[in-house]
Design a protein around this ligand. Structure first.
Ligand code: DOR
Ligand code: ZN
Length: 429
């Protein structure tokens, strides 16, 4: 591995200097010979960590693979992604988790892949997956989720919380009450707007009633619960109050819920019929929720940004709206959107970006080799950022296999210049 010198980069705290990379570690002195990267105009942050990505392998390699998903991650500045277990088979136990790690190594994944374990076997909500075995395995799984589905059986969720508490694991909940939302629900706008557009409504309380239940169970068990992709201000209020009461709850916001509103779906429906690009769970919400979510990131109610990168084939996205697969991709534009919605308007600073997009997700997963400040002795996981560059997003120029990119055609910040994972350049513009 060739030593690197990153010359005169500005760090999150505003200080600047050279970074010396030797054998995958930040060193306090340069190697005798090294490649030099001039970063005089660039910011250097710890490599980003995504707590919520769908890599689709095994089982749906037509939509994404570990190779293509981690390439998209590297392009977005990520050095680590937590892989959701809604694969086929699901990540039910050590066999599946270790397979993922082996596969990531075999395909030379361009970012660290960390398996998230299923909470229930096959995410079917009937019996627990092999939680303790996953934690004790070489994969050291700490985060568990049935993402895509909510654990509707409260007794089963309580059992899961009690189990993961014994090894300080965390349950990451996809808060969607299956009964209240219904199988076809897709519209997150106000009731009248959904009705006028003839779109099946995904009501707000289908989210916050689950958030309320899960907070109560976390409080009762003393276990950690993490709320995925929060979309409503009611959920934010519940999380804010629970934190004030010392409940061990954390929460994530997606880039798409920070930038895009339900008006996109309503307007596309009025023009040409609903655009499946804007179908996602939980759905895009009205402007008041989008703004509340930004405030919640700024005030610390939201702990981290999770992309919910959800690649789908054009066949699955091309179905009639109610049957089309929910989800949008996000790894390549996550930092762009965080800059556009939060950094550039002055709501958060670069140290907050490092916390929200690197340190906090690494801590959630119990990783000590990611999310660390850029000081000697720490792993050389770095993203170099040009804060001034912008570009029009072109979904055809994606490393992802999928084209369900909701930012296509938008002029957004285009910050990522170089990504370095464990001392190796994984992306360079
Ligand atoms: O829209 C979504 N898509 N939400 C989820 O929770 C799952 C994801 C997927 O796997 O496609
Ligand atoms: Zn989800």
């Amino acid at each position: 591995m060739k030593p690197l010198i990153i010359r005169q980069a500005t760090l999150a705290d505003g200080t600047s200097g050279d970074l010396y990379l030797i054998d995958g570690i930040l060193a306090d002195a340069p190697a005798a010979t090294a490649e030099i990267i001039d970063a005089a105009e660039l910011l250097a942050l710890p490599g980003l960590v995504d707590p919520h990505a769908h890599l689709r392998e095994p089982g749906n390699e037509a939509a994404e693979t570990i190779a293509t998903g981690t390439l998209a991650a590297a392009r977005g500045g990520y050095t680590c992604v937590l892989a959701m277990p809604n694969t086929t088979p699901a990540t039910n136990g050590p066999d599946e988790a270790l397979w993922l790690l082996d596969r990531a190594a075999a395909v030379s994944a361009q970012a660290q892949v960390v398996p998230i374990g299923a909470i229930t076997h096959d995410r079917a909500g009937k019996r627990l997956a092999e939680l303790s075995a996953l934690a004790e395995s070489a994969a050291k799984v700490r985060v568990f989720s049935d993402d895509g589905a909510c654990v509707m059986d409260a007794a089963l969720l309580r059992a899961a919380l009690e189990t993961v508490a014994s090894f300080d694991g965390v349950i990451a909940e996809h808060a969607q009450d299956a009964g209240l939302a219904g199988a076809m629900a897709c519209c997150g706008a106000d009731l009248e707007a959904c009705a006028a557009s003839h779109l099946p409504v995904w009501p707000r309380d289908a989210e916050w009633r689950i958030v309320e239940r899960d907070i109560a169970l976390a409080e009762a068990t003393g276990a950690r619960v993490h709320i995925c992709h929060v979309s409503t201000l009611e959920s934010l209020d519940l999380i804010r109050r629970a934190k004030e009461h010392g409940v061990r709850v954390s929460a994530e916001a997606t880039p798409h819920h920070l930038l895009l509103g339900s008006d996109l779906l309503i307007q596309s429906t009025a023009r040409n019929g609903p655009d499946t690009t804007y179908k996602v769970n939980p759905p895009l919400r009205p402007t008041a929720d989008v703004m509340a979510l930004r405030e919640a990131v700024a005030d610390g109610t939201i702990d981290m940004i999770g992309t919910d990168h959800a690649p789908h084939t054009s066949v699955d996205k091309g179905k009639p709206f109610p049957a089309a697969s929910p989800g949008m991709i996000g790894l390549e534009q996550a930092l762009s959107v965080v800059m556009e919605t939060l950094v550039n308007p002055g709501m958060i600073g670069w140290p907050d970006v490092a916390r929200l997009m690197s340190h906090a997700p690494a801590t959630l997963a119990g990783l000590d080799n990611q999310g660390q400040p850029l000081i000697p002795g720490n792993p050389a996981n770095i993203v170099l950022i040009d804060p001034n560059r912008r570009a029009v997003v072109d979904r055809e120029r994606s490393a992802s296999k999928a084209r369900n990119n909701p930012y296509h055609g938008m002029n957004l910040p285009d910050p990522v210049v170089c990504t370095i994972w464990a001392g190796q350049v994984t992306y360079r513009r």
